[in-house]
Write a protein that binds this ligand. Structure first.
Ligand code: NDP
Ligand code: MG
Length: 383
């Protein structure tokens, strides 16, 4: 197992849990990176003593430099600083827990250094999965999923020598805070209503994605890119208890599933220790107290974002970037109280009318992300 890791997005929900796991396993930290949370970054640097710390926000980086003047940690600023943190030589594994499209350049930098990528971020796979996989192959980098559903599938596929034997992947979905409500009931919900997730504690953006079910849509595309399977072989079902993390059905009718408590430290730990399994601070699953396990279909009328994601997956190319960029811009607008719940889906549907480039380069994807955000911000007065 790798003894030294780098954590990008260390101040977030996944980043903090990664440092928990690192402390439990006695790992060293080569570099930490985040956007602007100086307070927590200072605490993490004092505890884990990385050689390098990077903050995208320039003021935050300046402040961190002053606060860490008595330490040997070099502080870097801006996106380039995060790219350098992703590339530090000592770390064999880079945990990517930065939220959103912003993770793309640093992730590609780590891939080009041939590192193991423990990938929590899903937006990069959705927008540029094919390029990430190409680069990973070229540079001998492994991409191991941290997203719980994809980690479950990864585990169910261990020992499967031929992908053609997979009949379908079944992603489970908690249903989010609004499961069972009608469209009418949801028209006036606000960010604070959406921020209470029933089973997982996560960052604000992914929590809203869970409320709209865009998260499950993004995860379907993520699964297509990670496991090289077509949309037709990937389904999703509601499973309120978040105990079965996902399933794989094989051509002989056998179905394998991975179960566990809903605790992200399990998939984080596995992505670091794979192919070994090691001790983990997460509580054990108690089958006798986790209650009946239930499964139900997704209602695409109440949750149109799920359908829109599948539409983007069918279009392919930059359509997936249009989907993601519009969603990131609209979710930020919803969190700021500027637009309503269903305007998120409206903005995404608008973005999917933009012409899509079927075989985009990295530059095309970056430009599609920039122009779609600008278009949605202007159209919905989000600037
Ligand atoms: P959080 O919002 O809790 O944390 C995001 C982290 O990214 C913070 O450290 C933040 O820094 C940092 N960050 C944001 N923008 C930038 C930027 N431009 N440059 C550098 N750092 C940046 O998110 P989560 O931890 O919940 O999620 C992280 C990723 O993992 C997402 O892509 C999400 O979809 C995925 N994921 C999360 C799960 C979860 O349980 N939380 C489950 C499965 C996947 P700062 O604090 O300074 O703003
Ligand atoms: Mg997930």
């Amino acid at each position: 197992m790798t003894k030294t890791i780098t954590v990008l997005g260390s101040t977030g929900s996944i980043g903090r849990q990664t440092l928990d796991v690192a402390a439990e396993l006695g790992l060293s930290i080569a570099a930490l990176a985040a956007d602007r949370n100086v307070e927590l970054m200072e605490t993490q640097c004092r505890r884990f003593r990385p050689r390098l710390a990077a903050m995208t926000d320039l003021h935050a980086a300046e402040e961190l430099k002053t606060r860490l003047a008595d330490m040997n940690t070099t502080v870097l600023a801006g996106e380039q600083g995060v790219v350098e943190a992703a590339s530090v030589q000592e770390a064999a594994t880079v945990v990517v827990a930065v939220t959103g499209f912003a993770a793309l350049r640093p992730t590609l930098a780590a891939i080009r250094e041939g590192k193991r990528i423990a990938l929590a971020n899903k937006e990069t796979m959705v927008c540029a999965g094919h390029l990430m996989q190409q680069e990973a192959k070229k540079h001998g980098a492994e991409i191991i999923p941290v997203d719980s559903e994809h980690s479950a599938i990864f585990q169910c596929l261990m020992g499967c020598r031929d992908r053609a034997q997979v009949r379908r992947l079944i992603l489970t979905c908690s249903g989010g805070p609004f499961y069972g409500r009608t469209r009418e009931a949801l028209t006036s919900v606000r960010a604070e209503d959406a921020l209470c997730h029933p089973t997982w504690r996560m960052g604000a953006k992914i929590t809203i994605d869970c409320a709209t079910l865009m998260n499950k849509g993004l995860e379907i595309i993520e699964a297509m890119r990670l496991f090289s399977l077509p949309l037709g072989k990937i389904d999703a079902v509601i499973h309120r208890q978040s105990v079965v993390h996902s399933l794989v059905e094989f051509c002989d009718g056998a179905v394998l599933a991975q179960l566990g408590t809903p605790d992200m430290r399990i998939p984080i730990g596995l992505a670091i220790s794979y192919p070994d399994r090691v001790q983990n601070p997460a509580p054990a699953l108690d089958l006798l107290s986790c209650g009946p396990l239930t499964f139900a279909p997704i209602d695409e009328t109440v949750f149109p974002c799920f359908r829109l994601a599948k539409q983007a997956a069918i279009s392919g190319g930059t359509a997936c970037t249009h989907l993601n960029a519009a969603n990131e811009a609209a979710v930020a607008g919803f969190l700021a109280g500027k637009i309503g719940f269903y305007e998120i889906a409206e903005a995404v549907a608008d973005a999917l009318t933009l012409p899509s480039d079927p075989e985009p380069s990295l530059e095309d994807i970056i430009e599609a992300d920039r122009s779609t955000r600008a278009y949605i911000r202007e159209r919905y007065a989000l600037a």
